[in-house]
Every structure is written in C-alpha cells, then in structure tokens.
Write a new protein. Structure first.
Lengths: 641, 462
C-alpha cells in the first residue's frame, strides 16, 4: 500500500494527500491582553534581555496521580541537564522562580479565555480545575505548567464545512530558551507566567493549505476580541500531522502561518517515507522481533584520526563508540524529508538525549566521504565484524554520553521497524522538522494542589456574553453589504476598534466609508508610524468621533487629533473653537507673507503653498473645501486688484 | 466498598445525582448536559469543596467540574480505579556501606499525591525512597521507620520525647547516623528539642524536609534527602543539625546547628538560616566544606545522654506596644510555669506590664527575656527599664532565639520545679543556644536594591 511516492511540494494535489491519508490539526497559542501575569502580580508583556541574577535548577521526573512515570519525563531525566534561569527583577518575582506558591488566577485572563471559548462554540466547564502539565525540559522552573480547561467540543466555520475544536485551555507561558549546549540549558524568564490560551482543533484539515487557512481564521477570531496581544511571539501555533498508518506528530514553534503548508507536507512525507523504510526493512527480514545490533568502544582505532571532530574529542580525552546495524546497508541514506535522510533521525536523538550538541555528532558507513580515511573505516568495520550488508554508526564524546548515545542509536533504529515514534518535532527554517522530545502522554497531567477549583458562575458568563464581539466573518459580510471600501474590510473586521464602527454608522450617523476611514485607514497610518493597537483608547476615539458628529471637529482634522490623543489623551473641551469662512482672511494673509519669503520656483505656486500653510493652521476647525474656496477667492480678488 | 469510598468526598446534591444515575468514583462515565456530553473518569472530590459539581478526568488528562443541575443523564461505561504506587524497588544492601536510619515524622520529604484531598502522601519505605531517589543507595544502607504521620505544626512535646528516645536507642545499637524527616514549619523547634534531649551524641542527627513537595519536578526534596543522608553517613560533625538548601539554586545544602537555626521565609527553598552565628558546614553531592572548628566530632563510642522530658506549661509572649498587663496575667492565672517574652530592642516591655511581672514573680512563674529582633543579645542592663524588669525577676537569655528559649524552658521545667536550678539550666548553654560572641558575619541580611548588593547578587547564584 506504500507504492505512492511523494512529489515535490508544488506538485502535490488534494487527491495525492487523500491517497496518503493526510490529516492535520492545530494548537493555536495566543497571549492575552492583561495587566498582570496569570498566577502572580508581575506586569504582563514586558520583555528584556537584561538580567540581574541567575538561578540554577535540575528537573526530576515525578509520579502522576495514577502512579506512572511519563515517557518524556524519563527521557528528560536521562539527559541530566543543568538549567540556568536568568532573572530580571522588573519582570519576575519569586512565584516564577518557584519560591512562592501561586496567587489566584487573574480574573481578567479567565474572562478573555471564556470569551474566546464562546466564540469557538465550545461547551464551557462549570468548574475550572487547574492542572499541572509536566515539562522537564526546564522551560518552566516548577517543572510543570499550570493549565486549565475552559471549554471542550467546539466548531468554527470554514468554507462550506466546520472545523472541530477539541478544547480551549488557559495556561501560563513558558521561558524563552537562550542556549542549549552540552549539559547546560539557559532560559530567559521574562515571558514566563504570561497568560496564554491554547485552542486545539480536531485533525480536520485535509491538505497543508487548509492548515494555514484555518490557522488564519482562528488567529483573526481571537484578535477580533481586541483583548489579545499582538506582536512577535504573541500568537504561536503548533501543528500536527499524520498519514495512514502513521502517528499524530506535533510540530512545535511554527514561526509563521505561511510556513505551515511546507512543514506539514514534510512531516507527512517523513512519515510516509519512514513507513516505506519499514517495508524495505521487512523485505530484508528486519522486524521488531528480529532486530539486533552490536556496539563497541573503538577509541583505540581512531586515536590518530585526522577527522577533526573525532581528533578534537581525542584531545579532550573522550571516547569513540560504534554501533553495527546488521543488514542496514544504505538505509541511513533513505530519504525522509526534503533534503533530509534517515541518519538525521538518529543524529537528532543523539543530540537531544545524549547531549552531544556539537554537530556533526555521528558519522556512518552509508556516507563515508570526507570523514574517516578508507583505512580507518575498514578497521572500524573489522572491529565489529561488518559485512557489506551492514551499516555502522560512530559517535564520540564523554564516556557516559557515548554510552547513552549508543543505546539511543539502537533504540531509534529499532523504532524504524515498528513505525513512527510518538514525539514532538521542532519546525526548522527550511520547512523540515527535527526531533524535539518524546511525546508526553496524559500521565504527565496531575491536579495542582496549590489552587482550589474556580467556579464559573452563570452571572459571569452573562457579563462576558454581553461584551462578546460579532464574529469577524459576520462583520465582513455586513461591511460588504454596507459598501465599506474593500481594502478596509479585512483589517477593520478584526480591529479592536470594530465595535466602534457599528456605533459610528448605526447611532452617530456616519457613512460606512467615513467610519472606515476614521477607524481603519487613520489608525493604520498611525500604526505604520510606530503606534501600537494597544495605544488606542476606545474612549478617546469615540470622543473624537462624537466631536466630529457635533461639528466641533471636521473630518479632515481627525487624523491629527488622533495622533495628539495617542500622546496626550483626548479632551473634547480642549479643541480649539470652530472657524467661519470670514475668520480665514487673517490666516491667509499671514501664510502668504511666509510663502513670499521662501524661495520659489514659480510665482504660480503661491496660491497652493498658501493653501497648504493655512490648512496646517486650521485643519479640523473648518472643512478643507471651505478653506480652498476662500484661498481661491482671495487670490482671484488680488489678481483683479 | 463503603459509601464513603464509593462516593469519596461527594455531598448532596452531587451525591444524589451520582446515585440516581448509578455512577461512582472511578467510573468511566459519560455525563450528558442539555447541549453536550462529557466523558471521563469520575474523580474523588476534595472534602472542602462544594456539593454542586462532579469532577471528571478527561482522556486528555485534564480535570473539569460539571454542575449537577445541568446534568440530564449519566452512564457508567467502565471503571478504572487508580492506585497510587511509588515504584518500589528493594533498597540494595552493600556490606561495605554503613547503616543510616531515617525516622519519619510526617512532612513531605518524599511523597505522592492524594488527589481526593489534594494532600501529599509521604513515600517512605526504603524501597519507595529508592524508587524515587536512587542516588541514596550510593551513600549508605538505609533503614526507615515511620514514627508519626503528623504535619509539622502538630509536632509537640509528646513527639519530641518519642523521637529523642528512639534516636537514643538507635545510637546504642550502633547506627552510623540518623536522619529525621520533618515538615519545615516547626523543624527548628524540634531541632532545638533534640539538641537538649539528646546530648553527647557520637553520630550526626540530621533533620531534613523540603520546601517544594516532591511531587513536583523542581522539588528540593531529593537533593535535601541526598545531602542529609550523606551527612548522616559521612559527616564528621556529631550534632543535631538542620540540613536544607543554602541558596535557592540546586547547588549545596547548609548544615545548621540545631539551636541557632530558624525558618525565615514562608516559601523560599533557602528558608533556613543560622542566626547571630554562621552555619557549621556546606554539603553537596560530593563533599563537605566545613566552615568552623568548634564542633562536636563524630566518635566511635555509643555514649549518648538522653534526657527526654518536657513540661508544656510554658509559652511565648510576643510583646507589642500598648500590650496590657492582662495578657500576662492570663498566662499566670492559667497555671503557666514559664513564660518567654520576646521583647523589643535589647529586651523591653512597657511599664504597664510591670505589675503583671511582679504578680508572675510572686506566683513563682519563671520569666525569661529574649529579643524579637531575633539577631543580637538581650542586654537589659543598658537601660533603666531593663534594670527595673530584672528587679522584677525577668532573666535575660542573651542571644537565645525565642523559640529555642521556649523549648529549653519546657525542657528545664520538665526536670525540676526549683527556679534557681531552672535558671542554671537555662543559662548554661548545651550547644550554642547562647554564644559568648557574635561574629561580624553572623548578621548578614543584605538589603536588595543597594547597587553593590545587586551587583554581588548578579555574580553569584542565589
């Protein structure tokens, strides 16, 4: 059944994806726009690379409430990492460093999470139970993430069908990794503890393109609340993919939605090709039960090698180990992803689990060039009694790490006879994925004993329901019907200012175009000048619109007034008084004088330049058309005179 | 199964709903509400929680609570009872290693979760400990005995006495070292009690606990346990000591003298500090770094003096401005035999208390003065007020910590009612509870925010 061969990304058709049984789902992580972090009172959203202290910790696996150790947990413990946390006193308190129990969950954050749960048509829970999800990589100093489910079983429309939502969780964000070298991993803690939601979809996407489209819908839906953070790292998505006979594999840390299609394509290809590899192994008589390997210390043989990575290891007093995979000749060169072969699967495991982080960390006899000399390969192979049918993998490092590495090489090779190992993978820049960690199971979840459950009252839900935004796709439909300029429709529909649009059109009496200009085009221009959406205070903007409606400000004065309001806030009473046409004469005369003193190419420009100057003075206080008329009349009179 | 087990923790109306639909704790159940259905394992409920919700653990591992008035139907589709079990492996015996005994009093040094109450159940047998901290087998042959299962705050004279006697027995049997697992809140009270009750020990008596329960990956429990067992097995200091984290980082533990140590932060790992003096040693996985020479050394004999007595009619009066005399009168009238005052500054209380001091003196109550500043000496002769109080029979205890003075006074009154003899006992230091001099580095509470302090903190791992 694995005859189909993957085509290049651009040539794959929906039918091809149907053939391999492509399925993909999403986990969208979105930071919430709150004042404080989720479980302490540190300010949210402040990032800095400066740090004032370092703290060192280790992580040990613990038992779940059902009394089992989790797979990931054991893997991380094998790696024996020293974890260093960099602490900035402005952004982190003793809670994040696990020296103080949590404070009660931030109410604002839970409100937003419930709001987005409702937007996703989830069934809400009545009592929010905070769980601990173990993370032994050190990305959270406690060793677990506090997380809770707000709702389950939702649906979001997509084209003419709907995409299932498994659940929405509220959780604290983790640290940012600074480096991971050898047995030491360093984290910046500024992001730690930020309120975050995780919206998980069913694997309902049938092609890689659909994955990106659905991700866009979810991102926009969250943004339409106006209560989520924007900017780098504020929205992050993981995606998962599988093919028929494969395993659901999570790809973590996808930096851009635009990369999802290639990543999921490559993951599907990897799984498909690994399944084909299993068929090939079976053909060669290598199965889970017949799999064997041998390993040996070959330090002595390579003591004088000129292959730099091993020569350097020798200087450090390190050792070299070799693993023979009988019957595997050429299979380490088996293609898995674009420009990637099976040996990468092994090298990744050795890097993560044995902490041999300097690459290359293995070499193998299926690809002998530019490594050891022919004589060295021969001697190494002889040492393990290799025939032409076998492959050997060579690894170097400290004795303990090489011991771990040899075992891990055999483990990964054996897994190829079984299928696709459950693991999480990281998104790489070239659109391929690399091993990150063994997939954690539900065993890593256990209740947080530090915090009581939170009752979600019907009153609370009513309050949130009352403020919920109209779905952005509904808004877009309405904008189109109203004739809002096409370029404004998309952006306005997910803008935090969108609720003001309805107010402007329905109650203040602006035309849809006027409202779109004031609430989309002007803010966009200001954002391009460096202002952030969070800087726009809805009350100020509403005040400006009211001033226009009341005739205290003209439409062409709105942009300047908004700019000032961003800096200093808006006070309608501080607006300068309106001007009448008759008030303009003194402005025109003053402007004309100034224009005359400047160097001019042509006298003909004087009326226009004067008009510009007058506008600068009176913008917002009288319609520009009136000013233009008056200036024209003035110069016409002058000519007559 | 009894009803209380079948419906563990549930009260009405949730309880009747469960009975009505035939579901119970550990049912794999489908609960149907008006608009949806939820599948998961019904979990026991915390005793303190309301009766309005049923909690299930979903397949994803998350727990959620559903309000019973929304539940229209419920069905048991399976049953999966969870058994808490720490992987128990036999603790390996190595004839070349020495015997260390770990006595348990409760607390959370190694534990598992009881998620009915949210409580943490201690893991305790050598096998359980080996299952969670296998490094211990490299250090000694470990034996364990659970003496009590009480939280730190429930430890008291009865437990001090049992513990002291038990330690004495083990020493006479020739143990290499003793570890006492203890909750951290009152660990320093017990450390003081053992310092007085078990004297002249030839081996280390090491108290240990954890500030982060061992059910979490970042727990300090495993490392504290390793440090304390290593101390019991190999350390050259034969005293009652507290062994807990030095910095908040996983770097080293400190060995504090049992009479000078105090818990100083409600939640930090590095909460224990030696006050008005320096600790005895640092300990990490590989070595001890001794910080001073004036310690009791390990010996090969088994000559230990156990004097396990306690009169619990003693108390601490924490003085505050405007305290009324009746506060002290109440203690005297209620038959207290000894009162330790934690006074202000060098050891003061206000004048309105003087008549009460007089009444206490007349009633034959032993009144001692310590300082609530914790660091420094009670020097009552410096000011007039102090001298007046001494005339009223108040005896300053120099730099004895208030909690230590409380324990020692109970221990002294347990031995005799003769107040002169009590005074002799109180003022004759057993092991450092009064020191003659405070070294310049005995008081180092750095003030954060000062540039040079912040610079220092940025360069070392706290």
């Amino acid at each position: 059944m694995y005859e189909f061969e993957f085509k290049p990304f651009e040539e794959m058709t929906p039918e091809d994806y149907a053939t391999v049984g492509f399925k993909s789902g999403l986990e969208v992580h979105q930071q919430l726009l709150t004042e404080s972090k989720l479980f302490c009172r540190c300010p949210a959203g402040r990032y800095s690379n400066t740090f004032h202290a370092e703290i060192l910790r280790h992580m040990r696996p613990t038992l779940s409430e059902l009394g089992e150790y989790d797979g990931t947990a054991l893997m991380e413990f094998k790696t024996q990492k020293e974890i260093i946390y960099r602490v900035n006193k402005e952004t982190v308190c003793t809670y994040e460093m696990d020296d103080t129990p949590p404070f009660m969950m931030d109410d604002e954050a839970l409100d937003i999470a419930l709001e987005i749960s409702m937007l996703s048509n989830l069934s809400l829970v009545d009592e929010v139970h905070i769980a601990r999800k173990q993370y032994l990589d050190g990305s959270i100093p406690t060793g677990f993430q506090r997380t809770a489910i707000c709702g389950v079983h939702g649906r979001v429309p997509y084209g003419d069908r709907t995409i299932g939502m498994i659940q929405l969780g509220i959780e604290e964000d983790s640290c940012r990794e600074i480096s991971d070298v050898g047995h030491r991993r360093t984290y910046n803690t500024d992001r730690l503890g930020m309120p975050l939601i995780e919206l998980v979809t069913e694997p309902d996407m049938k092609t890689p393109q659909e994955v990106a489209e659905v991700a866009q819908i979810l991102r926009k839906m969250m943004r339409s609340t106006g209560r989520v953070r924007r900017g780098i790292g504020a929205t992050r998505a993981d995606t998962n993919a599988s093919v028929t006979g494969g395993t659901r594999i999570e790809i973590k840390g996808v930096p851009k939605i635009g990369m999802m299609p290639l990543l999921t394509y490559n993951e599907a290809q990897r799984q498909w090709n690994l399944l084909r590899l299993r068929e090939e192994l079976k053909r060669r008589g290598i199965t889970e039960s017949s799999f064997t390997y041998t390993d040996k210390d070959i330090t002595r043989i390579l003591r004088k090698t000129r292959f730099t990575p091993i020569a350097d290891a020798m200087k450090e007093g390190h050792v070299v180990g070799a693993v023979k995979l009988p019957g595997w000749a050429d299979l380490l060169r088996w293609q898995t992803q674009d420009n990637t072969v099976f040996s990468r699967e092994i090298a990744d495991r050795v890097r993560v689990i044995a902490c041999l982080t300097v690459l290359p960390n293995i070499i193998h006899s299926d690809s002998m060039s530019e490594t050891l000399s022919g004589a060295e390969w021969k001697e190494a192979k002889n040492a393990l009694d290799c025939t032409a049918d076998d492959t050997i993998v060579i690894v170097w490092g400290s004795e303990q790490d090489v011991e771990t590495a040899k075992k891990e090489i055999a483990i990964r090779a054996k897994e190829a006879t079984i299928g696709i190992p459950s693991e999480t993978r990281q998104a790489l820049r070239d659109g391929t994925t690399g091993f990150e960690r063994i997939l954690p199971g539900p065993q890593r979840m256990y209740p947080d004993t530090d915090l009581p459950p939170i009752r979600v009252t019907p009153e609370r839900l009513e309050r949130i329901r009352a403020r919920m935004p109209v779905q952005f796709w509904e808004r877009q439909k309405r904008y189109r019907e109203l004739g809002v300029p096409e370029d404004a429709i998309e952006g306005l529909s997910i803008s935090p200012l969108a609720p003001l649009f309805d107010e402007a059109v329905d109650t203040m009496g602006f035309t849809p175009t006027e409202a779109a200009v004031m609430l989309w085009r002007y803010p966009r221009r200001l954002r391009r000048k460096g202002w952030h959406y969070d800087d726009f205070r809805t009350d100020d903007i509403r005040g400006i619109l009211m001033a226009v409606k009341d005739g205290r400000l003209t439409l062409d004065g709105v942009l300047n007034t908004m700019r000032r309001a961003l800096k200093n806030g808006f006070d309608a009473d501080a607006l300068p008084p309106r001007l009448e046409k008759k008030d303009l004469t003194s402005f025109i005369e003053k402007a004309k004088q100034q224009v005359r003193y400047s160097s001019l190419h042509s006298e003909d420009n004087i009326p226009n330049l004067t008009l510009d100057r007058v506008m600068d003075e009176v913008r917002g206080r009288i319609p520009g058309s009136d000013v233009a008329e008056e200036v024209a009349a003035y110069f016409a009179k002058e000519v007559q005179a | 199964m009894s009803d209380s087990e079948t419906y563990k923790g549930y009260k009405d109306p949730a309880l009747s709903t469960m009975k009505k639909f035939g579901i119970r704790v550990w049912s794999d159940a489908v609960l149907t509400t008006d608009d949806d259905s939820f599948e998961g394992i019904v979990l026991p409920r915390s005793e303190t929680a309301d009766g309005d919700h049923i909690v299930i653990k979903m397949i994803t591992g998350y727990n959620v609570g559903l309000r019973v008035d929304r539940i229209r139907d419920a069905k048991e589709v399976g049953f999966k009872e969870a058994h808490y079990k720490i992987p128990e492996k036999e603790f390996p015996y190595d004839p070349k290693k020495s015997r260390v005994v770990l006595l348990g009093t409760g607390g959370t040094i190694a534990s598992r979760l009881d998620y009915r109450t949210g409580a943490v159940i201690p893991a305790f047998t050598p096998g359980e400990l080996y299952g969670s901290v296998p490094e211990l087998a490299d250090l000694c042959n470990l034996e364990t005995e659970k003496l009590f299962g009480v939280f730190s705050e429930n430890m008291g004279p009865e437990q001090y006495i049992t513990l002291a006697k038990r330690i004495g027995d083990e020493i006479e049997k020739g143990v290499r070292g003793i570890v006492v697992g203890h909750g951290t809140d009152t660990m320093h009270h017990t450390a003081a009690a053992l310092s007085f009750m078990v004297q002249n020990s030839p081996v280390p008596i090491v108290m240990v606990g954890s500030q982060r329960s061992s059910d979490r990956p970042s727990s300090d429990a495993a490392l504290n346990l390793i440090h304390s067992v290593k101390t019991a097995a190999d350390c050259d200091i034969a005293e009652v000591m507290v062994c807990m984290f030095g910095p908040t980082s996983d770097e080293y533990g400190l060995l504090h003298r049992g009479t000078r140590v105090r818990k100083m932060h409600s939640s930090y790992r590095s909460t224990f500090r030696t006050l008005s003096d320096i600790p005895l040693a640092m300990v990490d996985r590989n070595k001890f770094s001794y910080l001073r020479d004036d310690v009791h050394r390990r010996r090969n004999d088994r000559d230990v003096n156990v004097n396990a007595v306690f009169d619990d009619r003693v108390g601490i009066l924490y003085y505050y401005p405007n305290m009324k005399a009746d506060m002290m009168d109440m203690m005297v009238e209620n038959g207290y035999k000894g009162i330790v005052i934690a006074g202000t500054g060098l050891g003061h209380v206000n004048k309105p208390l003087y008549p009460a001091l007089k009444r206490a003196q007349d009633a034959g109550v032993a009144v001692y003065m310590t300082v609530q500043t914790l660091w420094g000496y009670a020097q009552m002769y410096v000011y007039e007020t102090g001298r007046e109080m001494m005339d009223l029979g108040v005896i300053p205890l120099q730099n004895m910590l208030p909690e230590v003075a409380y324990i020692k006074l109970g221990w002294a009154l347990g031995q005799t009612d003769d107040l002169d003899r009590v005074k002799e006992i109180m003022l004759e230091p057993v092991n450092g509870e009064i020191t003659t001099r405070e070294p310049y580095n005995g008081y180092l509470v750095f003030q954060g925010g000062i540039p040079e302090v912040d610079e220092f903190v940025s360069e070392i791992r706290r």
